[in-house]
Write a protein that binds this ligand. Structure first.
Ligand SMILES: *Cc1c(COP(=O)(O)O)cnc(C)c1O
Length: 415
């Protein structure tokens, strides 16, 4: 194919318009809170997989090194042991719509999902059915499949019928008096579809089932109201839009109304009442603390604290508004520049039903993605043919997106 990629395109924003938009962006000042991009990176469109580093995390870690070297073992009784709950409350207030005492930060998303699904089954004795998304992120499918094998569960695999993802009607049709739990992602990792978590939770509750939401791709970028939506249990990553760094611990939420009978499967000493009594037999701690198992990852927790503080300062409504503006711009440029080159938009067109990334497809997406990386545009490829454009509102800008899309247009037209 030969196309003049420098020809002006009507309808889509120009680079000047993108720059003007950035100059008026109320969140522009947050861009400087991040360490600068490497000079070879034109655009970073992978913040939905690994967020960019916040400079304040380095400061927090320096202070932690001082505390570690000065206080040594005494650090545990001088705040470290409480971090899973205090940072959980901070993240809960900033990003989850969770009142205090219902969130802890610990373990990985995978491990917490296991604990949550098992705990949900324990809260619904006699029910052996779990409803889940057949296209969900692999770890979510594997965790539930492992529980199904061990416990003899009956799994109901759903499949979204449209680009808008699974709906409350899909879930209502799949749940009944045998269903213990509905396990779903709030934002689909591949398409970016944003589920109506409140309506789906209500549909599950109507059949007496509980919901376990994976908010990995929505936390920090989409409004989440776990309390108001009557969600039962939830988990999510902190190294994506929260920006707490590679391998940062995940969060879990359990609604207070379930705490008294909450029973998770990984009984560890730090989830026990009075752990330092070192007593025989496991007696769960009161409240959300019983979701903990072992020693808190202090450095990771301190990084989650920085991410949560930044989200609180910027405010989720403003973050969401910028996220929608960025994804709308990406959709407009896709229509204008990439659809003529054979790409299709697979994310929902309706921004109310779209999370923080935009996905497009073409059969050679893997090769296109590799060529983008060669030219300094870091995006990612998802099998079989999807290119994901992750748009982080706090470090990102319209000009960065415009530059990335211009490179993508050139690559798409000459490959
Ligand atoms: C990123 C992601 C995970 C990652 O789980 P880890 O245990 O951190 O590897 C899990 N679920 C979903 C939906 C994700 O998007």
């Amino acid at each position: 194919m030969t196309h003049d990629v420098t020809a002006p395109v009507t309808g889509s924003p120009t680079r000047q318009e993108a720059l003007a938009w950035d100059a008026a962006d109320p969140l522009a000042r947050f861009r400087d809170r991040y360490l600068p991009l490497d000079e070879h990176v034109v655009a970073y469109l992978d913040g939905n997989s690994l967020g960019r580093p916040l400079a304040s995390i380095g400061t927090a870690w320096d202070a932690a090194m001082q505390q570690w070297s000065g206080r040594l073992i005494r650090g545990w009784s001088e705040g470290w042991l409480e971090l899973p709950g205090t940072v959980g409350d901070e993240l809960g207030a900033a990003a989850l719509g969770a009142a205090p005492g219902q969130v802890v930060v610990a373990d990985s998303t995978t491990v917490l999902l296991y604990k949550c699904v098992r705990a949900a089954l324990n809260l619904r004795p006699g029910r052996t059915r779990v409803v889940l998304d057949g296209e969900d992120f692999p770890t979510d499918r594997y965790v539930v499949a492992s529980l199904a094998r061990d416990l003899g569960l009956d799994l109901v695999w759903l499949r979204a019928q449209t680009a808008h993802g699974l709906t409350a009607e899909d879930v209502a049709a799949a749940v009944d008096e045998r269903t213990a739990a509905v396990v779903l992602s709030h934002v689909d990792y591949r398409s970016g579809a944003l589920a109506d978590a409140a309506a789906i939770t209500a549909a599950a509750h109507a059949a007496g089932a509980l919901t376990v939401w994976d908010c990995s791709h929505s936390v920090g970028v989409c409004p989440i109201e776990l309390d108001a939506w009557r969600v039962d249990l939830a988990v999510g990553c902190t190294y994506k839009f929260v920006g707490a760094g590679p391998g940062a611990p995940a969060f879990t939420y359990v609604a207070a109304r379930h705490h008294e009978t909450l029973d998770q499967p990984v009984w560890g000493w730090l989830g026990r009442r009075d752990p330092f009594d070192m007593e025989q037999g496991y007696v769960p701690a009161a409240g959300i603390t019983r979701m903990l198992s072992g020693t808190p990852p202090v450095l990771g927790l301190l990084a989650v604290r920085e991410g949560a503080a930044l989200i609180a300062e910027a405010g989720l409504p403003a973050i969401r508004a910028k996220s929608v503006a960025l994804t709308e711009a990406a959709v407009a440029l896709t229509d204008e520049w990439l659809v003529p080159a054979g790409f299709t938009l697979i994310s929902p067109r309706d921004s109310d039903r779209r999370g923080g990334h935009v996905s497009i497809a073409r059969t050679d997406a893997r090769r296109v993605c590799a060529r983008l990386v060669d030219r300094g545009v870091l995006a990612d490829f998802r099998r079989p043919d999807v290119l994901r454009l992750g748009l982080s509102p706090l470090p990102g800008s319209r000009a960065e997106l415009w530059d990335a899309m211009a490179v993508l247009r050139a690559v798409a037209h000459d490959s």
